[in-house]
Design a protein around this ligand. Sequence first.
Ligand code: BG6
Ligand code: MG
Length: 227
Amino acid sequence: MVKFAQVKGFLFDLDGVIANTSVYHAKAWHQLADELGVTWTEDLGNQLKGVGRMDSLNLILKYGGKENDYTEDEKIKYAEEKNDNYLKLLDTLDKSEILPGMEDFIKDLAAHHYLISLASSSKNSPLVLEKLGLAQYFDEKVDPATLKHGKPDPEIYTRAAEVLNLKPEECIGLEDASAGVTSINGSGAISVGIGDPKVLHEADINFNDTSEVTLDNIKKEMDKKKF
Ligand code: BG6
Ligand code: MG
């Protein structure tokens, strides 16, 4: 494992790490689950975090024992319906929905000349970053439509390092989702889990919330663990 001084890049999840949008995704999926007759639980909500659109719908149907009840065309329509509801929730999205400390953290990274890329599963991520006024800080973005496998597969974090011309080992990935932490770990990057440490127990470093995420705190945690 690398030392903090060898880190050159940061790979960011978006929903639930930079933007308070994971609650909007959850709201829109909850609405669809109700319509499909699948009981919504906190556990289901956690399973969906970080997971792409069609994979999320398939998880909901499986959770409700309904995985064989719909054709592919019907599933596409349900996924579109969820996205329409999500987009309505984004209508009023602005800078106030940047999670605590994250704007300063991203600016600090840019000021220290770290390379920054986006590793979000969301096809709506360019829109969200624009609305938050943060798009200009990202050197590169992975387009989730170009991936063969979604999180928890490592592909997205492997690519997020590659597009910066870095090795994953030279990068730190930040996630609020268990599937995302698994993805970072599989790529070889250092994983920072933000949120409930019980849910994110696989992460190399844990913070309870985004306000704790600073370069100093990451360095302290890495020094403690002797990366
Ligand atoms: C992830 C979210 O970032 O993107 C998931 O954590 C969401 O909740 C996924 O399902 C896909 O997003 P979209 O916007 O492409 O449907
Ligand atoms: Mg997330």
